[in-house]
Structure formats: C-alpha cells, structure tokens
Write a protein that binds this ligand. Sequence first.
Ligand SMILES: Nc1ncnc2c1ncn2[C@@H]1O[C@H](COP(=O)(O)OP(=O)(O)OP(=O)(O)O)[C@@H](O)[C@H]1O
Ligand SMILES: [Mg+2]
Length: 349
Amino acid sequence: MTRVSLSNLTKQFPNAVTAVNGLTLGIPDGKITALLGPSGCGKTTILKMIAGIIQPTSGDILFDGHSILGQPAEKRGAVMVFQNHLLFPYLTVEENVAFGLKMHRESPTAIRRKVADMLDLMQLTGYERQKPNQLSGGQQQRVALARALVVEPMVLLLDEPFSNLDANLRDEMRELTRQLQRQKGIPTVFVTHDQEEAVVMADQLALILKGVLQQVDEPRAFYEKPANLPTAVFFGANNILSGAATGTKVQTGIGEFRLKNQPPLSGPVNLVIRPENIRIDQEYRHMENCISGCIQSCLFSGTHTRLKIKVGETVLELATEATAQDVFPEGEKIRVYLPPEKLWGFQSQ
Ligand SMILES: Nc1ncnc2c1ncn2[C@@H]1O[C@H](COP(=O)(O)OP(=O)(O)OP(=O)(O)O)[C@@H](O)[C@H]1O
Ligand SMILES: [Mg+2]
C-alpha cells in the first residue's frame, strides 16, 4: 500500500533555483525509501515539503490518498530527524524522548512505559538522566531516533542521520534503524548522498539528480538495469563509448558491438559498461564484442585489480577479482570481451 504519494511536486525558491522539479513518487507502507543524490540535488527540500516545514510551489502531497497541503506540520503526523539531530540541550534523555508524547497529551503512565520501552530498544537504559552534551554522537543519534519513533508517526523522515558518525558506529546505527523500522513497520524516507548507505538501507531507492527523479527501483536494479546514462554513471558504470546504432548493433570508434535483451536502437547512442563486467579474454573464447588494447595502468585495491586499457584514443576501465597470480605489466597487449547482455545502450539525441 502507498502511504505517501508525491505528485508532480515542484519547489522553486525565489532566487530562481528549481530545487525539486516535477517529482512523482510513492512511499510504500512499512518500507524504507532511500532518496539518493549529490549535495544540492533537493533531498532535504523534499523531506521538508513532506513534513510541512516548507510549501511546494506546485504539485500535491497525499497521505493515504488525501491531500495534506492545507494541514500544518504538527497535524501531518510526519516526524523528521535532522542531520544535526537538534536535541533539547537542557532536557534529559528521558525528557527529550517524552517530549512528543507530552505534546500529544498522553497519560503520565503511558508516557513512562513508552519511553522506557523505547530507551530499552535503543540500548539507552541507564542514560535516562543524562543531558545530550554528556552523550557520545552515536548515543545522541539514538536519542533523536527514539524521540521520533516513540510517537509512532505516520511517516518517518530521516535526513542524512548517520553522516556525523564514524564508520563502525554508522554500521551499527544502520542495522539498528533497519531492525526497528521492520519491527514498527513505519514507512520511512531515508535521505543520503552515500550510494553504499542507500543500497544497504533501502527497500526502494530513488535517485535524484538536480531536482529530477531519474529512477525508482529496488537497489539491485541500479547496477543491473539503469534507466538512463546519468544513472548508470552515478552508480559507477564509467566506461562510455559513443557510436551509431542499427537495431542491436552499434558501430563505435573502436569496433562494432552487439547488444542483447534490449529494445532496438537507431542513430547516435552511448554504450555503457561497468568495469567489473568487462572480461579478459586472452584465449579467444569469444569471437564478437572483443577488442585488443594496451595496459596503461594496473592498480591493486585489496579485493580487486583495476586495469586501465588503452584502445586507440579510448581508455576502458576493467576490474577483476584479484588473485595472487594476476600480474598485468604496463604496456602489455590484452584482449577483452564486453558481454552483450552487460553492455547498455542509451539513445544520445
Ligand atoms: N531556503 C532556501 N532558499 C533558497 N534556495 C534554497 C533554500 N533551501 C535550499 N535551497 C537550494 O535548493 C537546492 C537544493 O537544496 P537541498 O538542501 O534540498 O539539497 P540537498 O540535496 O539536501 O543537499 P545536501 O546533500 O548538501 O544536504 C540547493 O541549490 C539549495 O541551494
Ligand atoms: Mg540536505
């Protein structure tokens, strides 16, 4: 079921920046939707519009099928956790978490029980009387999440919640958040500019570039079936060959390539392939979609060996899983295979 629907949502700021441009997106119930995109692409603006902190220029926001644009922030039932989590500094952990429940005029007994349960879930029992400045960054983050979750919001909005934490704590918080989200089933919009984080956290992932939605899908699809060239490139498919297509064949400056499992193309196209999808083929196992070049550089990165291969003026990047026997001397000739099902063609004009 779709809990929150964004329909043709646009936000134009007075200084002429179109921060969000015609965004249509469904936020399903009980799942995490990650909004991914580089700094300035409009992620926070989208969350603020859902929360009711700013108003869209045009378009609509529906909760359970009803427009909530006329409703003030406090009536919407969306709770936002900001990047710099904004705890009340003079309130204790317990009072911070209880704050929303008090605003909702819940009974003192219910408040005490809910706060204790939530602190237990967040592994914060024992810290009830501490003030935020007596807590570590990770603990403050958990208080901020506890404060948001305890009111059982209609939708939870998390804006880059873990970007201030070190790598270990971040992993821990990602896991805890996923676990809690599963348990409570609250539809969650999770904003990040970190691709790995988006993929780890998301049931549904939406890539936004310059205020425009590029693709919304399960995370795996961004690696296996990107919707367009910018999406493929954002997700690391950095080998681009321009050429001219006739059906499933494409003539490029370094040879002809065949495509598979794709609708036929015609005219100018860009071919794109991920570094790990290019394969070394010194034994001539494949007769088509192969090219020969020179090894320009060879870099070992722990788990992978990354090769740069020069074919005429074009440089292709290839990543193979590293084995001890892999030695690729610079300047040596190498023959590689670009599998037709891993080569994506996008019409360029
Ligand atoms: N109140 C405002 N007035 C004018 N322009 C704004 C305002 N808020 C944001 N913008 C502009 O809108 C665009 C999107 O901003 P937004 O904060 O949504 O980006 P973001 O994707 O959250 O970036 P980051 O990852 O850096 O947090 C930016 O170009 C920004 O400068
Ligand atoms: Mg932001």
